[in-house]
Design a protein around this ligand. Structure first.
Ligand code: SAH
Length: 256
């Protein structure tokens, strides 16, 4: 008989955003496979487990998915509790389905434990609701990142019709994203914000509009980042723009 593989959401970064169920499973894990984005403090909760790093940060080299699938199957044939830890929630841009399918094909029990996705952690830190009466009744989670053979511009439709859009894995091409949205008919003045390292001490926010999104993205420090677009960010974006103006005036004054 084989063990169970738990696909566990590690949350957005802050270790205390882990669920209790995830923490308990980590404590009882015999073997742990974790993504590079997962906080080391969370990995350390798996005190008894053999710990194996698999995926690296997106864009950098990552262990091939097929190889990860094989290792999960092999681990479940040897151990009772196999934990596969993924950043945020496993079922949002986490390539979980490939692992679920591989385990099911090998007749191995698999359970998913949800996690706090980075979009929700970033929204909590911003203190800005994704939905809002009279302003936003729909939210899209999208990524422009496409696999081989996929239509690269598919994400645009969902981003266009939603009142609020959250873009994962997009900060490296913020200029192109903004240009695509504007070309599709969104106003260049549409408010946006980029949140880097949500839930972590090194979190940074950059308010912008679609017109200035690529400038905002230039300020990023290389951490994982989300782009939020929608009218719900209007007040915060204009307050931030106002502060910048004050700063500039302050600098001009100091230089005079
Ligand atoms: N399953 C994850 C997403 C994996 S895709 C989740 O639910 O959050 C990786 C992308 O997630 C990154 O490119 C970035 O867009 C986003 N991301 C992950 N952690 C983040 C964080 N702490 N702050 C901002 N964005 C983050």
């Amino acid at each position: 008989v084989s063990g169970t593989v738990y696909l566990v959401g590690a949350g957005p970064g802050a270790p205390d955003l882990l669920t209790l169920r995830a923490a308990r499973l980590l404590e009882s894990a015999d073997i742990l496979f974790y993504d590079a984005l997962v906080n080391p403090e969370v990995v350390a909760l798996a005190t008894r487990a053999e710990k194996i790093a698999v995926g690296k940060r997106c864009g950098k080299h990552s262990s091939a998915q097929a190889f990860i699938n094989k290792r999960l199957v092999a681990a479940a044939r040897k151990h009772d509790v196999v934990v596969r830890l993924k950043g945020g929630d496993p079922l949002l841009f986490g390539r979980a389905q490939e692992e679920i399918d591989a385990l099911s094909a090998a007749d191995i029990r698999c359970e998913v434990v949800p996690g706090v996705t980075s979009a929700l952690a970033a929204s909590a830190d911003l203190g800005i609701s994704l939905t809002r009466r009279g302003v936003s009744r729909s939210v899209s989670f999208v990524t422009p990142r496409a696999g081989a053979g996929e239509d690269a511009s598919n994400w645009l439709r969902a981003a266009f019709v939603a009142d609020t859009t959250v873009i994962y894995m997009g900060s490296g091409e913020a200029g192109k994203i903004a240009a695509d949205l504007i070309a599709a008919g969104k106003p260049p003045s549409m408010p946006a914000v980029i949140v880097e390292n949500a839930s972590l001490p090194e979190e940074r926010r950059h308010f912008a509009t679609l017109a200035t999104l690529s400038l905002a993205a230039e300020q990023l420090n290389g951490g994982p980042a989300l782009i939020f677009v929608g009218k719900v960010y209007a007040e915060a974006a204009s307050a931030a723009a106002h502060e910048h103006q004050e700063d500039d005036r302050g600098r001009a004054f100091a230089a005079a």
